[in-house]
Design a protein around this ligand. Structure first.
Ligand code: FMN
Length: 242
């Protein structure tokens, strides 16, 4: 019996150390993920240098209901991506409307807003997500003061193949989004990723050998900037800010 006490105590000590390390690493990982998201929000808006927290403190984060289009308040720490998998906080997207293949849409989501010194909108960033070839791509799209011209796009998570669909991370491809227009003169979402080279303000160069990812990007822009997504919110955002 005595012979068992020392190994038993060693096992308990190891278990405690392993659990403690796992818990503290999980905390660090969560912090890193949150920081990476903040970095991508800033990068989409063209802010690639400076202190993340300082730059982030200049942003007004507003939350909107997709059901009513109204500005709403949320509990601190609200995570719209987590909400999308919570039945009480999300809705099933009917399959004929689910062009981004997200299955469930959170009821409430953030809009990140930069205001100038006269409280006019300088730029906004919207979360976007949708299915590519291998999985869901998660990212952010930024619009300028006209709430139509693109300032930038960034993805923080995807499973697409490097060199093919993974070209969504290529700085050259991303720079092709700057100045492109989302809505046509009738107010419909018109921006799309085309096969080959873009010809006008409503086209983005296709990623060669990656038409499926390219189409996925087009579909998520259509969904999130359209009537099911931020479309109605964008249309009255200026009134809400006043
Ligand atoms: C191993 C492997 C990985 C692939 N990864 C992607 C990808 O990430 N995105 C994508 O759209 N197509 C990917 N493809 C190619 C698709 O199967 C498909 O052929 C392609 O999207 C068609 O685009 P294209 O008409 O521009 O050639 C991959 C193919 C293979 C064999």
């Amino acid at each position: 019996m005595k012979n068992l006490i020392v190994p038993l105590l060693a096992c308990i000590a190891c278990a405690v150390i392993v659990s403690f390390t796992a818990v503290s690493v999980r905390y660090e990982q969560k912090l890193n993920q949150e920081n990476e998201k903040k970095e991508k929000i800033l990068a989409a808006a063209g802010i690639k240098t400076g202190n993340i927290d300082e730059e982030f403190s200049k942003i007004k984060t507003l939350f909107f209901s997709f059901e009513t289009g109204e500005l709403v308040s949320v509990e601190s720490g609200y995570d719209h991506i987590k909400a999308a998998s919570n039945a009480a906080l999300s809705n099933i997207v009917p399959s004929k409307l689910d062009i981004a293949i997200i299955k469930r849409q959170e009821k409430i989501a953030p809009v990140y807003v930069w205001l100038d010194e006269t409280s006019n909108i300088e730029k906004i960033v919207l979360p976007i997500r949708g299915y590519g070839l291998w999985g869901t791509l998660y990212g952010y799209l930024s619009l300028g003061p006209d709430l139509n011209s693109v300032m930038g796009i960034e993805y923080y998570e995807h499973k697409e193949t490097p060199g093919l669909g993974g070209e969504v991370d290529n700085p050259n491809w991303k720079s092709g989004w700057q100045g492109k227009k989302i809505y046509n003169s009738e107010g419909s979402v018109s921006l799309k990723v085309v096969k080959g080279v873009s010809k006008d303000d409503y086209e983005i160069d296709g990623m060669s050998g990656a038409t499926i990812t390219s189409n996925g990007v087009t579909n998520m822009i259509n969904f999130w900037l359209g009537d099911q997504g931020y479309g109605p919110i964008i249309k009255k955002l200026n009134e809400v800010i006043e």
